[in-house]
Design a protein around this ligand. Structure first.
Ligand SMILES: Cc1ncc(COP(=O)(O)O)c(C=O)c1O
Length: 436
């Protein structure tokens, strides 16, 4: 049987291609029903960074499902959610301390933006409702998250349903005229944000949202080292909440726990997702400090974003019960940097899962200026060749990388303390070859 539309009952994400049917995973490899092996070097959509078929996580999920599978987050709490929140809080920057768990990154972005808005309403500033975001930038596919995203081809058919989000150009050294070299450049310095807030009126702006390291829109682009300092300063001066979207670039991908860390500033709200569960369960989160939640606790008492599957016990146990999140996440970054070096040695087109050192996906860092070839995502001309005939989705499968599988790295590398393993240097993703 061919796994393609319309031969199967599955409503596939792509209706014009065949899908290999995967029957098993092992570390960084996937195997289809014909025994063909795929190197899942990027961990799917930057998600499976703890390796496939990790036995400890599988056991933790089963253990939790045997105790109880679901309960309502409105009425109860439980061990997995309490433990994971405490572990994550210990790694978060600044005063970010409380975690609201959801399932997808888009949900986390929706919740973070709503939290910012509700905070201002409950703080007696109901006029603050506007959102500013970067272009290029991506924050998800549900309607508010899509409104905040600058991915025009996703929006075309739904434009009438989207809300106005104001956009400022992202610091994108690879495409900026100054190549990120000019500290006075209004884009690369962040000055464009201040102009936008002043134009809109700071009394109307609720939040500014940005990815600390550009993800799927700008291929691991990193702004100048002082960029987020300036952003923080501007947001403080105009009383605008700064939301860092770490859904793709966080969870150890860039060598620190969170990719904002090397900039030495803390956001007011942060979104987490993808790699925080290694993909074993859909899991995302919004992190916020008490100073924001206090306004709601002392007001309505309710964050208005209830979702049936929030704070789900089995999803949470993908990373907590029996498997310490803080012991596995840094090792995923180690695995990935090590994999990157080795993939280079193998001369493959393997894409590393570390956002900041991806040889294949990081156009910003891997091609020399002057040799830029690809237009930003969405404006590229589509190939006429169906993807199914363009080769394996995971690149060459004949390669035998010398890298250990993600699973074996995962079990070998355990950190003593999360803070100790954080490399607080902004150079961390500029020097991906450094081993730990
Ligand atoms: C930075 C960022 N934010 C949000 C999202 C949305 O996450 P999800 O696809 O889990 O809804 C993505 C997805 O790629 C992302 O890269």
């Amino acid at each position: 049987m061919a796994y393609r539309y319309p031969d199967s009952h599955v409503f596939y994400r792509k209706l014009g291609r065949d899908f290999p049917r995967i029957v098993r995973g092992d570390g960084c490899y996937l195997y289809d029903e014909n025994g063909k092996r795929y190197l899942d070097a990027v961990g799917g959509a930057y998600v499976a960074n703890l390796g496939h078929s990790n036995p400890e996580i599988a056991d933790a999920l089963a253990r939790q499902a045997r105790s109880f599978g679901y309960l309502s987050g409105t009425a109860f709490t439980h061990g997995p959610v309490e433990e994971l929140a405490a572990e994550l809080a210990a790694t978060l920057p600044g005063d970010l301390d409380k975690l609201y768990f959801l399932s997808s990154g888009s949900e986390a972005v929706e919740a973070a933006l709503k939290l910012a808005r509700q905070y201002w309403v409950e703080s007696g500033k109901p006029g603050k409702h506007k959102i500013i975001a970067l272009a290029p930038g991506y924050h998800g596919n549900t309607l508010l998250a899509l409104s905040a995203s600058a991915r025009e081809h996703y929006k075309t058919m739904f434009r009438e349903w989207l809300v106005d989000v104001h956009r400022v150009p992202a610091s994108y050294p690879y495409r900026c005229r100054c190549r990120g070299q000019d500290p006075q450049c209004p884009v690369c310095s962040g000055a464009v944000l201040e102009d936008a807030i002043e134009r809109l009126g700071s009394d109307t702006v609720a939040a500014f949202i940005a990815e600390p390291v550009g993800g799927s829109s700008t291929g691991a682009s990193t702004p100048r080292p002082e960029y987020f300092h300036r952003i923080r300063e501007i947001c403080d001066r105009h009383r605008v909440l700064f939301i860092a979207d770490e859904i793709l670039c966080g969870a150890g991908r860039t060598g620190t726990w969170w990719s904002i860390e090397p900039y030495g500033v803390a956001p007011d709200i942060m979104t987490l997702g993808k790699g925080i569960s290694g993909g074993y369960a859909p899991l995302s989160a919004v992190a916020a400090p008490e100073r924001i939640l206090d306004a709601i606790a002392g007001g309505s008492g309710d964050f208005l974003h209830a979702q049936t599957f929030s704070h789900h016990p089995v999803a949470r146990s993908a990373t907590s019960s029996g498997t310490s999140w803080s012991s596995v996440a840094p090792s995923s970054a180690w695995c990935c940097t090590s994999g990157w070096r080795r993939s280079r040695r193998c001369r493959t087109s393997v894409t590393c899962a570390v956002a900041g050192c991806s040889p294949a996906s990081s156009s910003s860092r891997t091609r020399r200026p002057g040799r830029r070839s690809r237009a930003p995502r969405g404006s590229r001309r589509r190939s006429r060749t169906p993807r199914s005939r363009r080769g394996s989705p995971c690149g060459p499968t004949s390669v035998t990388p010398t890298a250990s599988t993600a699973t074996s790295c995962w079990s070998r590398r355990r950190s003593s303390s999360p803070k100790a393993r954080s490399t607080k240097s902004w150079h961390c993703w500029r020097a991906p070859c450094r081993t730990r």
